[in-house]
Design a protein around this ligand. Structure first.
Ligand code: PCA
Length: 329
């Protein structure tokens, strides 16, 4: 029974019995997310949840469980697919092992500014949504992280300086990039970053100014090079079966709140880039732009990775790239 029809029945029986209809069929959803409460993605998702509550007059309450506390990042997608939770957030490129189209947003210098990232998102959204729909998952919205840069314990003039460094990675692209620079990649989730550095498991990382600031990178690192490799996106997905059980008004409320969250999230991300760069500098991290040499070497790696991606992504990948070329600013 949907919330609305239950409400009607409740009201009908309440009037028959002559008691006030206080109990409505409010639905509560648990929503796991991987990142901490300081992270702008989490802030945006909590606003999304408030927005849904407001638009549905409290009929759908989404309880956000941040920081991988309810379900760890590696399990979030399958938990939503299996209906253990109705909704969740994850980084899209985490699914690259299922299909390479999911990490089109993590190819170095394919789309390295917000305008390019937006064009790439418009070019890839349908293909990605269709792929998720095959698993009965509905993509609600996606928001990029700020451009990815390099955190190290000394200044970096060229990729040679990365050789043999134990490099923290978070998806196949950051891992591949580390290998192509002769660094040694290790996958570490954001909540585990401080421990990974303090125990010496890693000594450098590729991530955004945002994640560096959120995890207080100044406690264990000294340099940030703003090389702006790519802007990977987080996405919010919902189990189609759980979604279809909601009445039409509630479904629409979710879709409207999701559209608003996407627009708001892209703006938040841009502002976060500026703020987090300032926070890093204020806390003693040396923030620099890449040298011409470093930039050229990373661009070379970008070309290699673009080719590699196009090969594995096949026809759907080709479609995305062609559309992106048309939309690109
Ligand atoms: N932060 C996340 C993904 C990309 C980013 O900027 C991380 O470091 O895992």
């Amino acid at each position: 029974m949907t919330g609305k029809s239950f409400l009607k029945v409740a009201l009908a029986s309440a009037s028959t019995l002559g008691v006030a209809a206080t109990a409505t069929a409010a639905t509560e959803w648990d929503m796991p997310t991987p990142y901490g409460d300081r992270t702008f993605h989490t802030v945006n998702i909590r606003e999304f949840a408030d927005d849904v509550a407001q638009r549905t007059q409290g009929e759908l309450k989404i309880n956000v469980h941040s920081n991988g506390a309810l379900i760890g990042h590696p399990e979030i997608k399958n938990s939503v697919r299996r209906g253990i939770v109705p909704m969740g957030e994850l980084i899209m490129s985490r699914l690259a092992n299922e299909n390479p189209i999911y990490d089109v947003d993590s190819v170095p210098y394919l789309a390295a500014s917000y305008d390019e990232a937006w064009a790439l998102w418009q070019a890839s959204k349908d293909v990605i949504s269709e792929e998720l729909a095959k698993q009965r998952l509905r993509l609600l919205f996606a928001v990029p992280w700020p451009p990815q840069g390099l955190y190290t314990q000394k200044s970096i003039d060229g990729v040679d300086d990365l050789r043999n460094l134990k490099m923290r990675a978070y998806n196949t692209a950051s891992e591949r990039l580390a290998r192509l620079t002769d660094a040694v990649p290790t996958q570490v989730e954001v909540p585990d970053i401080p421990t990974a550095f303090s125990t010496g498991r890693v000594e450098a990382m590729i991530t955004s100014p945002a994640t560096g600031a959120d995890t207080k990178a100044w406690d264990y690192l000294s340099n940030f090079n703003h090389v702006q490799l790519w802007l990977p996106k987080n996405m919010v997905i919902v189990n189609e079966k759980a979604f279809s059980r909601l009445d039409a008004d509630t479904q629409q409320a979710i879709l409207d709140a999701a559209a608003a969250a996407e627009v708001r999230g892209w703006e938040m991300s841009k502002n976060e880039t500026r703020q987090a760069l300032a926070t890093l500098a204020e806390n003693g991290i040396e923030v620099s732009e890449p040298s011409a040499e470093l930039k050229a070497e990373l661009q070379q790696i970008g070309q290699t990775m673009t080719q590699e991606w196009a090969e594995v992504a096949g026809e759907p990948g080709q479609q995305i790239l062609e559309k992106y070329q048309q939309l690109k600013p």
